[in-house]
Design a protein. Sequence first.
Length: 249
Amino acid sequence: MVWVRCGQQWIADIDAIVFDKDGTLADSHQLLQRTALARAEACAAAAEAGDAIVQALLTCFGVSFDGIDPDGLMAAGTREANRQGAIAVLVNAGYPLEKATAWVVDGFAAVNAARSGKAAYTPPFDSTAAMLERLHHSPLKMGVLSSDSTAYVEEFLSHYGLLDWVDQWRGTEPTDPPKPDPTLLRDMCDRLGVPVARTLVVGDSWADQALAEQAEAAGFVSVSKFWGRSPVPGATLVLSNWDDLEVQA
């Protein structure tokens, strides 16, 4: 029997842990905030709109000049969800759907092209590599499941030398149902060769918690203080830092 400890709490009969990427393994807050602002400004410029549209788009993304909402669209949503949200803002402001769609698609693409990759701007939180290596040598299987694209998940893991410590990884493509649809976690567990009911999900948002609940996973572990946020209400277990995550066979 394998036990997983988070602080002073233990949970038994675990075969795998599946981690979210952005906000959990990767410190992506500054990049997400800059990207949201660049997207909002690009869309507003295309529409020849002013600061009011920029602010409306940032609010839609869950971003302000002071920070980013860890449960907002930019932090927890897919690229497609953010794109649809931006289109809706422009349409609600009175712009035609066809033009709004073109402005958003082109604006998002231009911001991505100017950035030339993502991993270099989203470093792992301290001790992430050591934690993954330590757990890799335990009986558990390790997975990464993200709302980001699979290409960016692999780029992150490769850039920081984490591929050797993870058994499976995948992102969310435009044709995939987004988190918290349980299909994603079920697919990940199939790849890992473990039952969903014996898998823990570790993440930083309501979407990760809802994913675990809808898939009927063993539980949801919420990251907290070290990651600069309060625990997600209703989490099965709470992590204060990676040292609190321990496996005992």
